[in-house]
Ligand binder design. Structure first.
Ligand SMILES: CC(C)(COP(=O)(O)OP(=O)(O)OC[C@H]1O[C@@H](n2cnc3c(N)ncnc32)[C@H](O)[C@@H]1OP(=O)(O)O)[C@@H](O)C(=O)NCCC(=O)NCCS
Length: 181
């Protein structure tokens, strides 16, 4: 059975981090790096700094039938584009209302052999509850439109807000408002 846990709560955090890194690099849009520094920067920009600064907002999907293997993660934060999370530089392309309305930010990754089993949806559902608990008014994701996950996010209840050109690629801004009771 798959369980979603906060990264802040997992035991053996270094082993979990290694499993998350492996999913990250396996699914990454880029596989070639000029040098070790650029690889480190890429890893930090898209993953590591979320785990470091916001372990309570980052989630892992664990298959607890076996020894507790990691099959996916969501790197998240309730704030965007301010210290300790400045950038990436597509923030200037967001619609004016975007960050105020949907301040929380997510990156989702599921291990390749576990795609299409509902794990990505479980991670989004858990993050939605986390936002509701913390009274965050909304969350957003950014994805390239030449990869398919925009459809994944809309199937999970999010809406496409805009499409823009960023470094010669089309990217999509997708978001969801949180209904706070
Ligand atoms: C995108 C990703 C997170 C989806 O996770 P998943 O666990 O395979 O997705 P789920 O099984 O929870 O699917 C939920 C819904 O999204 C749809 N979906 C999932 N991946 C999809 C894709 N690549 N293209 C189109 N639709 C997709 C599913 O068919 C399902 O639809 P349904 O409601 O009609 O049943 C996973 O494929 C992945 O990690 N991809 C590589 C990394 C990535 O692109 N991350 C997103 C950018 S931050």
């Amino acid at each position: 059975m798959i369980h979603i846990r906060r990264f802040a709560d997992v035991a053996h955090r270094q082993d979990v981090r290694t499993a998350i890194d492996s999913i990250f690099f396996d699914n990454a849009a880029t596989h070639h790096f000029a040098d070790a520094d650029s690889r480190r920067h890429y890893h930090d920009l898209w993953l590591q700094r979320y785990l470091r600064h916001f372990p309570e907002s980052s989630l892992v999907a664990m298959n607890e039938d076996g020894p507790g293997e990691i099959v996916g993660y969501l790197a998240g934060s309730l704030v965007s584009d301010r210290p300790p999370l400045p950038g990436p530089d597509y923030y200037r392309l967001f619609p004016d209302y975007f960050i105020d309305k949907f301040p929380a930010h997510i990156h989702v990754n599921v291990r390749k052999d576990s795609h299409n089993k509902g794990i990505g949806r479980m991670l989004i559902d858990a993050f939605r509850l986390h936002c509701r608990d913390r009274r965050a008014p909304g969350f957003h994701a950014v994805t390239r439109s030449n990869r398919c996950p925009a459809h994944f996010f809309t199937r999970c209840g999010m809406d496409i807000q805009s499409r823009v050109l960023w470094h010669e690629s089309q990217i999509v801004f997708i978001a969801e408002e949180i209904i706070i009771p």
